[in-house]
Structure formats: C-alpha cells, structure tokens
Design a protein around this ligand. Structure first.
Ligand code: NA7
Length: 544
C-alpha cells in the first residue's frame, strides 16, 4: 500500500484490537465516516503482537469476548483460557461477521496527531506519511503497546537471538536443543517459562521479584456444551457490569477476621480450586485492604506453592517466607505447570535480588557473582511502559501545542479515564484512570466504547464540534482515583500498576480501583448531567 490522505473523517480510531473493532462497529452504526489505523499487519491488538511461546489470556471465556450477539452466537472456544492463536482466529471471525477489515488500514503506525483549534480537527500522520483529519481521535492502543527493554549493558553485543516478548517474530523461533535465558517473571515470563522449561535443552530463569502466580485451572471446552448455554449469554454479559472487575465473580462479603481459621481454610481451598482470578477477586472483601488479612492470604498461597517445589532454595526464592509486597498489590498471574518446571534438572533459577545481571556478553549473561551463563536465546519478558506509554509515545499535541507526554510528565490527569483537558475530541479506551488493569478488558472497553459513541452522537445531534474536559474536572477525577487507591495496599508494591517499573516514571496509581459498577455509574452520570465537567462548543468560522 502506498501512502494516502484520508482527508476529513468524523472519527479515526488508532488500534485494531478489542477496543478498536468495538469502536468501529459502534461508530459505523451512527452512519459517520470512520477509519482505523493499525500498526500491525492484522487484527488482534495485543494478540497480534504477543505471539511468544505460551502467550495466553488470563481471563476466562465467555466473559473475555465482545457481547455483540452476532459474534457470540455461533462462536465457540476450545479452552476456558484461550491461547493467542485461538484469539487471533476469533478476530478473523469478528471480521467475517462485521467486515471490519475494509475500514482498517494495517501497517500504519500513527506517529503524530496535532489538534487544529481553527477547525476542531486532528491532523494525524502515520509513519509512512499517510494522513487524516478526523474530528474525533479515539486511541484504542491498549495498556501494553510500548514494550520496555531495560538498558542492560552489552545487550547489543549478544550474538544469539534476543527478543522482547511483545516483539516476538511472527514466524516463531526454533528452540530445539537450545539453551535459553528468560529475564523477567511477570505474567509473560511465567507463561514463557512453563512452556519452554519442558522442551529446551537448558533454561536459565532470571528473577528479580517472585510472581504470586495462582493456578489457572485450564479446562477444555466442548462445542455442544457452549452452544447449549448461549441462551444465558445476554445475562452473563449484563452481569459482567455488576461485578467489581467485570468478570463473573465477586469479593466475598465478609472480612477475613469475621470467621474462624478453619472456615477460612475451607474457603481458601474452595476459591483456589475454582481457578482464574477467584483467589484474588472472590476472596474476603478486605483482602487487599487489611495488611494482616492479606498476610493470611499470602501464607496460604505460599504454602501451596512450596508443596510443589523440591528444592528448599527454590522454595525461598519463588515463595519466600516473608512476601516482598502484599499479595495482589502487584499483578499475580495464572499458571498451569509453572512451579514444577523448577524441579527439572535442565532448569536453573537465579535470584537477581542477590545476584544481579552485570552485563550481557556476546555469548550469554554475566551475573554479579562472576558466573557467565552461556545461552543461545534471550527472552526479554521485561514488561511495558504500561497504561500511559502507548499514548505518550505518539506526538499528540493539544490546543496550546503541549504534548501529552509533557502534560503527563509529572503525573497523569484525565477526566473519566477517557479524556484529558487541552486535548479536545480525543478519547482513549482501556488506558489511565479507568478500571483497565483491574478489569476484564472487553467489559471495560464496552463501557467506554458505549460512552464515547453516545457522546459523539450527542455532539452530532446538537451540531457541536468540540468537547473538552475542564482542568477542574480532571483535578477532581485524579484526586478520586488516587484516594481510592490509597485505601488499599497497592502503594506497597513496585509494579506497572503505578509506573514504578519504569525508571523516572512518576509513581502513582494509574488505574481506577473503585470497580466496574462505580466507574460505569460515574461516567454515565456525567453524560446524563449534560456532560458535566466538559465544555462543548461549535467550530468558529476560520475568518473570526
Ligand atoms: P511485568 O509484569 O511488568 O513483568 C516484567 C518482569 O521483568 C518483572 O518480573 C520484572 O521484575 C522484570 N524486569 C524488569 N526490568 C528488569 C531488570 N532491569 N532486570 C531484571 N528484571 C527486570 O510485564 P509482563 O509482560 O510480564 O506482564 C504485563 C501485563 O501484560 C500482565 O500483567 C498482563 O496484564 C498482561 P520486577 O518484578 O520489576 O522486579
């Protein structure tokens, strides 16, 4: 494809994952001109980029899919937690039903968007020179669009294969007979390790902080069983909106110390065996607020994990006696055979807290103790400039020419977790100050997509061309987001939840922790009050 000018559009969506296709579907319904620019070569967003070995969603189906009936009525999954390949097939199914691709320009990475206050339009440019002048700019870039590679000394000298997991080659990598190092044990590292441990010649895991991984309890799903339950799907999707994290589970309406130790034990066993995020989300309602309760939750987890590990040293590194941070304050992930991998003779675990990476050499990794770990492949599972990075990496300039990166340099300001002052007609989904990291993606995206669509419809009906959040409104939203978070234990962990995984990034809660129902209510309330906290106006004629 050659560069082209899309001219004036009513809306331009950036990103072709869940958010982008949902937005496209809704905006088409308004009968307006809308296109999607997607940096990747196909649909899927996160599932297009993250094709590393073992990549899989930690949310269960059918809550992890769009609630559009045309899509779910004849789609079935093979597993409760599908892998990236099946998720990609789902996106092809979405295209076969909704014909989304015809309005998506792939291989089109948006590099800049400047607001033109004389026309109330965005001047958008992509890397290949493609341009568009949409009224509305809708960023559906997700929360993990900008990967983070730590500045390891000597990384560029490595002669083997090294990739960040989010930039994994689409054609895959041959691991047969290879010595592999995995740096990082977040959700990604855990998936890579449990996948590669059993098949590679040698695996070196370099862990800085242990992940409090909980059993996924993966299940095979059959077609007939799913089809039979389809009558319940509208209710399942409606109930998603009534749960704290947008799934099919609720916190238990009792405090940890309200019940006896025996009762707690039975309750823990029960929620543990359900798999998924039950052990966090369905736990006692004060589990993430009360430090002593949290310690009890940790201890049960620790003891279950230790039972699965043969080596006492590995037990202490992976499931320490004292937790480095409260349970759940940093994102735990779901695992299948993760801990058993460490019982294998071909797997070596290095505790970077005691023995950090000194440098990467042409043939491997040199640790602080002077040992050179010879490897053929390095998997960089080192995470993302999460939540804000996908937005701030684009040169987005608002009314006064300030970039979004400059605006958020010392702290994030948003209103309703979808807009920000000085950047009119710009909306973002599944980004900062929304339930993002604490929610099931499709649930959060649908609430926001519905809200943005209603807002654009309202503007078109009234002949308005500009909507902009006020500074006071975003100050209030920010205060509320930070206050809600301060009631829990989240600030006690170094985590991508609060930006502390990226050197120099301000450390503050980036997500709305108040839960899906409250978020939904607050956003609806602003709209119902005539878009309270926003200034709406019509374009000024150019000669004024
Ligand atoms: P995460 O959860 O941010 O994990 C990144 C991992 O990389 C984590 O274990 C980090 O250790 C480690 N890391 C980062 N920098 C370094 C350096 N300099 N040295 C050693 N180790 C390092 O990213 P994921 O991709 O796993 O998951 C992101 C989310 O995507 C996930 O939660 C899902 O929601 C989907 P640390 O913990 O900081 O000590």
């Amino acid at each position: 494809q050659s560069q082209s000018d899309f001219g004036e559009l009513d809306a331009l969506i950036v990103g072709g994952g869940f958010g982008g296709v949902y937005m496209l579907h809704l905006l088409r319904g308004l009968g307006i001109s809308v296109k999607v620019f997607e940096a990747g070569s196909d649909l899927g967003g996160i599932w297009h980029w993250n094709c590393y070995p073992g990549a899989r969603v930690d949310s269960n189906v059918p809550v992890y899919e769009l609630s559009i009936e045309e899509l779910w009525k004849d789609w079935t999954w093979s597993e409760r937690f599908p892998g990236f390949a099946e998720l990609r097939q789902y996106f092809q199914h979405v295209d076969s039903k909704l014909d989304v691709k015809k309005d998506i320009r792939f291989n089109t990475r948006v590099v800049s968007a400047h607001f033109d206050a004389t026309t109330d339009r965005w001047n958008v440019k992509a890397e290949d020179g493609t341009t568009a002048r949409p009224r509305h700019l809708i960023l559906c870039v997700g929360f993990a669009a900008k990967e983070y590679v730590p500045p390891f000394k000597g990384l560029e000298t490595f002669k083997g294969i090294a990739h960040h997991t989010a930039k994994w080659p689409q054609q895959g990598v041959d691991f047969d007979g290879k010595r592999v190092a995995v740096i990082g044990t977040g959700a990604t590292g855990v998936q890579v390790i449990q996948e590669l441990g059993p098949i590679v010649k040698h695996l070196t895991v370099l862990q800085r902080t242990p992940n409090f991984a909980i059993p996924m309890v993966q299940t095979k799903l059959d077609k007939e069983g799913q089809q039979k339950r389809k009558a319940l799907y509208p209710t399942i999707y409606r109930r998603r909106l009534q749960t704290i994290a947008g799934y099919d589970m609720h916190p238990f309406p009792k405090n940890y110390f309200d019940v006896s130790a025996e009762e707690r034990r039975l309750f823990f066993e029960e929620i543990w065996s359900r798999g998924g995020f039950h052990y966090i989300v369905s736990n006692y309602q004060d589990a993430l607020m009360n430090e002593e309760a949290n310690m009890g939750v940790y201890e049960f987890w620790r003891d279950r994990v230790r039972e699965r590990l043969n080596d006492p040293a590995a037990q202490e590194i992976l499931a320490p006696t004292e937790p480095p941070h409260p349970f759940g304050a940093k994102r735990p992930c779901l695992e299948q055979k993760y801990y058993e991998v460490y019982n294998q003779p071909n797997v070596e675990l290095i505790d970077l807290e005691k023995n950090p990476i000194a440098e990467i050499t042409p043939t491997g990794i040199l640790t602080g103790d002077g040992v050179q770990h010879e490897v053929d492949i390095i998997v960089l599972a080192t995470g993302f400039d999460s939540v804000t990075g996908g937005i701030t990496q684009i040169d987005i300039r608002g009314v006064d020419g300030t970039t979004i990166k400059e605006k958020w340099e010392k702290g994030v300001y948003t209103y309703c977790g979808m807009t920000t002052a000085n950047f009119p007609n710009m909306f973002f989904l599944y980004g900062p100050h929304a339930p993002t990291a604490f929610s099931n993606g499709p649930t959060c995206i649908e609430i926001q997509g519905d809200w943005v669509t209603a807002c654009i419809k309202h503007m078109m009906d009234k002949g308005l061309t500009r909507i902009e959040a006020t500074r006071e409104a975003e100050e209030g939203w920010r205060k509320m987001v930070l206050h809600n978070s301060s009631l829990g234990l989240f600030h006690k962990a170094k985590s991508w939840y609060n930006g502390s995984n990226i050197p120099g990034k301000p450390v503050e809660q980036l997500n709305f922790v108040g839960g899906i129902p409250l978020y939904d209510t607050l956003c609806r309330d602003k709209a119902e009050k005539g878009y309270e906290g926003f200034v709406l106006s019509s374009v000024k004629p150019i000669d004024q």
